[in-house]
Ligand binder design. Structure first.
Ligand SMILES: [Zn+2]
Length: 436
């Protein structure tokens, strides 16, 4: 069983240097440890964590019956000797302000009939769910019409007001007039939009400046829409931005030392995004070999979000868009070509695009089914994802100096990656947030 003293569940660690009346050490004993990088797990490892900083101070093979007394401060002991420990998982594509959008109606009702305040309250529940599933860090890729609410959720988590993962946020996202819901209402009816609409390079630059000033860590763009499978099997689209607009966005974001995530599902959207120099391609159901080559050469990340595509396909086909069923097969072929081309791939799920009651760790099984080894899929959600976020010195692996973001599972994720859908234990910054 898990014995814990000196730390309290459900609270964020006290920031270093703030009201720290004394230091203490938390020891976590793992039956096996996979550190986020190595080829395999190491049996019987003890992790020592300095509190209140919540950082790992040692990782070593453990002897049985460790002494729990130390010279100074208090000590807590977490017994996970029947479990495999891993770094806290990272989901690089979530929407905590969204509750599923299989059909246009699902989406519209959230913007038309729910206030941003109500949606934010629900988002705090989603943030807690993400953490309890084992995702100790997320990149939330836009609020779908809820303004800058993601910035406030992140702030509330960082201030210890509510439990939740570490967050990087994209705020409102950008698209052009006529390309993003809500659509299809009479011209005289003013409706909200799920993004900030911009037309022309200057407007786009201004919106980037505005979003960064209000707390955006990432700029999110929607680069394509209206998907259609060509006779040769290529997934075609209508690109939203002109290359000139997209280049202006990327240039402005990079100038302000921020990065750009591009929703790009098909031929032209991906190609323009790569040409404009975005940092991550989201979804990428179809990517040409030429663009995969460029992505590999320039280190542009691919965040494939496989599960959500399968999840929404049937419902969207029934609502009159059968292309979504064909897109799943095209996606698998692209994923396999990306693996072969050596493109950097990070774990991202689009959670919120499916119900938050579903564990986003389902994505692992899909990645493995489509050709990754369990090791590759787990790296995609730990050390690689941390690299995508630019915080690989803080999280993504269990190493001295990193935050003690740790999950534990029963069973061997190397032989069955789906055990990650049943996380037993979650620690964030040395604080236990879930144990069962
Ligand atoms: Zn998304």
């Amino acid at each position: 069983m898990i014995g814990i003293a000196g730390v309290s569940a459900g609270q964020s660690a006290v920031p270093a240097g703030k009201s720290a009346t004394g230091t203490s050490t938390v020891y976590v004993e793992c039956g096996a440890l996979w550190d986020g990088k190595a080829e395999k797990a190491t049996p019987r490892v003890r992790i020592a964590i300095a509190m209140p900083q919540g950082k790992i101070v040692s990782v070593e093979a453990h002897q049985k019956n460790i002494g729990l007394g130390t010279a100074s401060g208090s000590v807590a002991h977490v017994d996970l000797s029947n479990q495999t420990c891993l770094p806290g998982l990272i989901d690089t594509h979530t929407h905590i302000l969204l509750q599923g959008d299989i059909t246009a109606e699902d989406y519209d009702v959230q913007l038309l009939k729910e206030s941003p305040e109500y949606r934010t309250i629900v988002a705090t529940q989603n943030a807690r769910r993400a953490l309890e599933y084992g995702f100790t860090t997320i990149r939330d890729l836009e609020t779908e019409g809820a303004g800058y609410a993601d910035v406030d959720v992140k702030k509330a988590i960082n201030n210890g007001v509510i439990p939740g993962p570490r967050m990087q946020v994209a705020t409102r996202a950008l698209d052009v007039t006529g390309a993003y819901p809500l659509q299809g209402y009479a011209p005289g009816v003013a409706v909200p939009h799920g993004v900030e609409l911009v037309d022309g390079a200057e407007e786009a630059r201004k919106a980037v400046r505005e979003q960064i000033s209000y707390g955006a860590d990432w700029i999110k763009v929607y680069s394509d829409r209206s998907y259609r499978v060509r006779e040769d099997g290529v997934l075609d689209d209508i690109p939203t931005f002109t290359l000139d607009e997209l280049r202006a966005i990327v240039d402005e974001a990079h100038r302000e030392k921020h990065r750009v995530a591009s929703h790009a599902m098909a031929l032209n959207g991906v190609h323009n995004s790569v040409a404009a120099g975005v940092d991550t391609i989201e979804h990428g159901n179809y990517i040409s070999d030429e663009d995969l080559k460029t992505m590999a050469a320039r280190g542009i990340w691919y965040v494939p979000t496989i599960f959500v595509g399968d999840y929404v396909a049937r419902g969207r086909a029934e609502a009159g868009a059968p292309v979504w069923l064909k897109m799943v097969g095209i996606h698998e072929d692209t994923f396999r070509r990306a693996l072969k081309a050596g493109v950097r791939i990070a774990f991202g799920t689009d959670a919120g695009g499916f119900d938050w009651g579903i564990d986003p760790a389902k994505e692992f099984g899909y990645m493995v089914k489509w050709g990754m080894t369990p090791l590759e899929a787990m790296r995609a959600s730990t050390s690689s994802a941390a690299q995508l976020l630019g915080i690989e010195n803080e999280v993504g692996s269990i190493e001295v100096g990193k935050f003690a973001d740790i999950v534990a599972v029963t069973g061997d994720p190397f032989s069955d990656v789906t055990v990650l859908e049943r996380v037993d234990f979650v620690m964030k910054g040395g604080v236990v947030v879930r144990e069962r």
